[in-house]
Design a protein around this ligand. Structure first.
Ligand code: SF4
Length: 467
């Protein structure tokens, strides 16, 4: 533990109970809160409607959805309407091929159906409506789903919240019953205390908690972790292979392949490594912008940072799979703490919670995979997060392209630099704890004007004029 950390700003927080495969989700871009969350909401509404009494279902004629807050403000550019429709027509993010979203967006077929067992109902894109951006619901990203009778009367309605990273909640939501962590911690300080008490390394502690929370065995977790890493590598490879313009009105060109070719042959060692790291981050962020399959790390918008660093560690720094897997578990611990004590959605805390948190997690991953102790891991994560504090979310035109794609590359490079700074420090030199940086992110995020929180109402989104 950092001996200079005298204050304990997160003292008394309840323990983290996030599970690995809830946090890292495989699914289509471009936004975990605007695409994956709403698709899951659509699918969840089918399940809840199916459980209604038969006499209610007998009167049901159609389903209608109203998008509110940031889901309304930037929903068109993010494809939120299409994602809800995909969910309501029976798709799930993990198994939905990207072509389904493209088809629903560009050539929606007639005769779409909400597959409520024994009571299928018709639905069309016009049943997804864009409502008010400003509202008084508890979460910015709110969606109201309604089951209507033939006269438009409401038979059943539920308010849903897409709370970031593809997580969803609804009115009256209660956390599902799960096991409790065997090594409880609610802050980095407490995590460091558990590590000292048990003598475990971070990855071992996270693994033991994961087994206790989910009931999964160690081999099951490791095997799913390998699949997750493969999905990250695949997203880098696909992005490096693709060229052309991204979808949307901005006309943004893909650059990952050109960056990789340009820097791959450089005689300058630093340019070769940083150039490739940039290319990997661009590759995934461009795949995400195109609606391709990525891993929320911790969100879709920031999905390029961690895979870029992971891919570079494997292919450019030649680290072994075991070190990478263990690094990813340490990286998860930092993400859990940020989500638990602040937020990871651009709509809640700005981009500091997306690219900032991803960079912080990647810095921790680099430190742990390279064999540094938990203090260096914390300090690397802190440095990366500290230098993203205040970062706003202002996607131009509501597309996760400008500034998002370059920002992923900046997050990956900053992660690497944070790791270099932290790993060269002598212990008493580091002044700021990760907990203090997380508390600052939370405060800044909550005081941030809503126009900087994924509504495309301020910052670059309005100062940049398309020609
Ligand atoms: S600006 Fe950042 S938070 Fe906002 S959509 Fe882009 S990546 Fe996500």
């Amino acid at each position: 533990m950092n001996p200079l950390t005298k204050t304990d700003p997160l003292k008394g927080r309840p323990p983290v109970e996030t599970a690995l495969f809830d946090f890292f989700k495989i699914g289509p871009g471009p936004s975990s809160s605007h695409t994956i969350g709403p698709m899951r909401i659509g699918a969840d509404f089918i399940a809840k409607a199916a459980a209604l009494p038969r006499e209610t279902l007998d009167r049901a004629a159609r389903v209608e959805v109203e998008l509110l807050g940031s889901l309304s403000a930037t929903g068109k550019g993010h494809g939120t309407d299409t994602a809800v429709l995909a969910g309501l027509t029976g798709n799930q993010p993990e198994s939905c091929p990207p072509t389904v979203l493209e088809t629903l967006r560009d050539h929606p077929p007639s005769g779409l159906v909400v597959p409520i067992p024994s009571h299928p109902l018709p639905i069309s894109p016009s049943d997804i409506r864009f409502g008010p951006v400003r509202h008084s619901r508890p979460y910015n990203n709110t969606l109201v789903a309604r089951l209507l009778d033939a006269g438009g009367g409401v038979l059943f309605a539920l308010e849903y919240y897409s709370v970031g990273g593809g997580f969803i909640q609804w009115e009256g939501y209660e956390e599902p019953h799960r096991g409790k962590p065997v090594h409880p911690y609610g802050s980095m300080r407490e995590l460091q205390e558990r590590l000292q008490e048990t003598g475990l390394s971070i990855h071992e502690l996270i693994l033991e908690n994961e087994m206790a929370i989910t009931g999964l065995s160690r081999p099951e977790i490791l095997s799913r972790l390998n699949r997750l890493m493969d999905a990250m590598y695949d997203s880098v490879r696909r992005g490096l292979a693709h060229e052309g313009r991204l979808p949307g009105t901005l006309g943004v060109w893909r650059k990952a392949r050109a960056l990789s070719e340009h820097y791959g042959q450089s005689n300058f060692e630093v340019a070769r490594l940083l150039g490739r790291l940039n290319a990997y981050a661009f590759a995934v962020a461009e795949e995400n912008a195109a609606g391709g399959i990525i891993v929320t790390a911790p969100t879709c918008g920031a999905a390029g940072v961690i895979p870029a660093v992971l891919y570079a560690m494997k292919h450019d720094l030649s680290l072994g799979d075991r070190a990478l897997r263990e690094g990813l578990l340490a990286c998860a611990a930092v993400g859990y703490l940020c989500k638990h004590n602040a937020g990871i959605a651009g709509a809640e805390v700005g981009c500091q919670g997306e690219v900032g948190v991803a960079s912080s997690m990647a810095a921790a991953m680099l430190a742990h995979a390279n064999g540094y102790d938990a203090t260096v891991v914390e300090n690397a994560a802190e440095v990366a997060l500290e230098h993203h504090l205040g970062l706003t979310c202002d996607p131009v035109g509501g597309y996760v392209q400008i500034p998002c794609i370059e920002r992923n590359a900046m997050g990956a490079v900053k992660a690497f630099n944070a790791f270099l700074l932290a790993s060269a420090e002598k212990l008493p030199e580091h002044k700021v704890s990760l907990d203090a940086a997380i508390v600052a992110m939370n405060e800044i995020g909550h005081d941030m004007n809503i126009k900087f929180k994924e509504t495309s109402g301020g910052g670059l989104a309005v100062s940049f004029v398309e020609c």
